[in-house]
Design a protein. Structure first.
Length: 299
């Protein structure tokens, strides 16, 4: 839907109304599953990446039309829903920024001691597990690199059959999980101890550091992500997918407060994360509610 006058690429077809319409009504309708998968599909030609919409077929598609007043009421209602969703999205983003800012403020308030990464704990090499090793009849649990950046609860698979896979494990006790093949936006991840799962097989490009007792895995992960991310990124090699290897970072020095302070800061961060999760769930509920409204309105 155009909000301003301008120039359009010839790759696009422009439609102008000849009957009075509420633009917000059709903006919503053209994004519904009903239109895209059941109506628009009739005018799509080609296969795979060569698909395109044929206007000669598109112009004959039957779409709903009701009185302008009714269209406008629906458009206004959906606009209010969108405004509520946007406010909730902004709240979630603000909380995430607050979390990072608070960590930096707390971290800067305490005395710290310098440690090399190699002094933090025991390094566990990258695993060899791949999708080729997955079998639904397996009995072990695993995490593959390609599934890492969804929620952990969705990445853990109760599968593995091949016996010659190098047993690289992740325990849920004070351990940091690193993606060695990653992006600059995700350099360190921790395994949530709340899952209480032991001995999970790791896929390729994942390695761990089992921390000593004087270090808290939650705190160290926050520290790397909020303070040292750019420092670690300098060791990464590659363009789109960068590779971060333990041999490159093991001599890197980071400053860490004592364990009592670490635990206190981690506890505060977890409480903020719980608030963020609640608000994120509220955002998802609003998105589902809007989707339900659209389905009911245009059936």
């Amino acid at each position: 839907m155009a909000n301003e006058q301008g120039i359009v690429s010839p790759a696009y077809t422009i439609l102008r109304y000849i009957k009075p319409i509420a633009f917000g009504f059709y903006k919503a309708y053209f994004r519904t599953n009903e239109f895209i998968n059941h109506i628009l599909s009739k005018s799509v030609e080609g296969i795979r990446d060569g698909k395109q919409i044929s206007y000669d077929a598109f112009k004959w598609l039957a779409i709903p039309y009701c009185q302008l007043e009714e269209q406008q009421k629906i458009a206004d209602f959906l606009s209010l829903v969108d405004q509520r969703i946007e406010k909730q999205r902004q709240l979630v983003e603000s909380l995430k920024k607050y979390k990072r800012g608070l960590f930096l403020k707390l971290y800067g308030s305490f005395e710290k001691k310098s440690y090399k990464i190699s002094e933090l704990g025991k390094y566990c090499a990258t695993g060899t597990l791949s999708k080729d090793d997955i079998d639904v009849s397996g009995v072990y649990q695993c995490i593959l690199y390609g599934e890492l950046f969804t929620k952990y609860g969705e990445t853990i698979r109760q599968v593995i059959s091949r016996t010659n896979v190098t047993p690289t494990y992740l325990s849920s006790t004070n351990e940091i999980l690193f993606p060695s093949s990653t992006t600059a936006d995700a350099l360190s991840l921790i395994f949530p101890s709340s899952l209480k799962i032991e001995n999970i097989f790791l896929g390729g490009d994942l390695f761990t550091i089992k921390l000593k007792n004087e270090f808290d895995s939650d705190f160290i992960s926050y520290l790397i992500n909020f303070v040292y991310k750019n420092t670690f990124a300098r060791y990464a090699q590659g363009i789109t997918i960068i590779h971060l290897h333990y041999t490159d970072i093991k001599e890197q020095i980071i400053d860490i407060p004592d364990i009592v302070v670490q635990l206190k800061i981690s506890d505060i961060m977890k409480k903020i994360e719980a608030i963020i999760e609640n608000n994120d769930n509220e955002l998802n509920s609003l998105l589902l509610m809007k989707k339900s409204f659209l389905q009911q309105m245009f059936i």
